[in-house]
Design a protein around this ligand. Structure first.
Ligand SMILES: NC(=O)c1ccc[n+]([C@@H]2O[C@H](COP(=O)([O-])OP(=O)(O)OC[C@H]3O[C@@H](n4cnc5c(N)ncnc54)[C@H](OP(=O)(O)O)[C@@H]3O)[C@@H](O)[C@H]2O)c1
Length: 277
């Protein structure tokens, strides 16, 4: 049995759908099973990180999403080991790399959990993706409402990755041998600016969209939804670093899954409905 935390999230949902479609026993852990809308083949269980025993019974492999387990992580990992879990695949972050600012809050958050997993005695695989393509949904309310998009760093350059490509790598790491102790750095296949992403969305929905750059010191939390307010400044700093820098592009998705990583334009095709009024 494979347990997936954060099972209704961007990556978690894609992973549960993949495992269920492949006929693998999968337990989807979610705070609200009634609203999860996950495949019938998945066993959907209410997630209570402080009470791990029932949720981990019979589980041999675990996909871990940091925010779902939070402060309970060390105890949850100990319970997992006790319950017979052998391998944990962590959704970490590409922010962890050589030369990184190790005091950056996003670095601290992910590095702390990586260390807790190393200390747990479980076999592990760390997935370290860079920017998600799904971050573009931050602009969806503005795009549904008009033809201008106010946002930061028009020239910020990333190689956004499709959430299902991350899930595809997680699936292989959970099902195949040879991923224990591996760190997989994951990116999309090509670089694109923020303004370029908005243009690509405009092409997909058949409207000319204009990116209007907002200085970072004038950003209000509503402009960058999905981000906890206490993380906003740290995130803006990370976004700023994407201006004038060449983004990392790895071939890891194709190497591990056999399929090339999907482009941002392909991601937009999959999400065009989210941008239509
Ligand atoms: N966005 C990026 O560019 C980027 C880049 C690198 C790394 N990452 C990392 O990737 C992860 C985000 O992945 P994602 O987009 O798949 O996640 P997501 O869609 O934001 O959320 C995952 C799921 O986890 C559960 N959850 C969320 N917050 C929770 C909380 N505070 N307590 C308990 N459960 C919570 C929710 O499921 P239920 O309500 O069903 O329980 C949610 O659907 C983060 O750790 C992030 O740091 C992101």
């Amino acid at each position: 049995m494979i347990a997936v935390t954060g099972a209704t999230g961007n990556v978690g949902r894609a992973l549960v759908e993949r495992l269920a479609a492949a006929g693998r026993p999968v337990r989807a852990l979610t705070r609200d099973p009634g609203r999860a809308g996950l495949p019938a083949r998945a066993e959907v269980v209410r997630f209570e990180p402080g009470r791990p025993d029932a949720q981990l019974a019979g589980v041999t492999k675990l996909f871990l999403y940091i925010q779902a387990v939070g402060e309970h992580t060390p105890a949850f990992l100990a319970a997992a080991r006790e319950a017979g879990v052998r391998h944990v695949v962590l959704l970490s972050s590409g922010i962890i790399q050589e030369g990184a600012d190790e005091t950056h809050p996003i670095h601290v958050m992910h590095a702390t959990v990586e260390q807790q997993i190393r200390d747990s005695g479980l076999a592990w695989t760390f997935l370290r993706p860079n920017a998600f393509a799904v971050n573009a949904l931050q602009w969806a309310p503005q795009i549904r409402a008009g033809r201008t998009v106010r946002g930061v760093f028009a020239d910020g350059l990333t190689a956004p990755i499709h959430e299902d490509d991350i899930a595809a790598v997680a699936e292989r790491a959970l099902l195949d041998d040879g991923h224990e102790g591996a760190v997989h750095r994951l990116t999309g296949p090509e670089a694109i600016t923020n303004a370029g992403q908005v243009e690509a969305i405009g092409r997909a929905v058949g409207r000319d969209l204009e990116f209007i750059e907002v200085p970072p010191d004038q950003v209000s939390p509503e402009l960058i939804p999905f981000v906890p307010p206490h993380m906003l400044q740290a995130l803006l700093k990370a976004f700023e670093a994407t201006v004038g820098a060449t983004p990392e592009i790895t071939g890891t998705v194709e190497r591990i899954t056999g399929d090339p990583a999907r482009t941002f334009a392909q991601w937009v095709q999959d999400h065009a409905a989210d941008f239509r009024a």
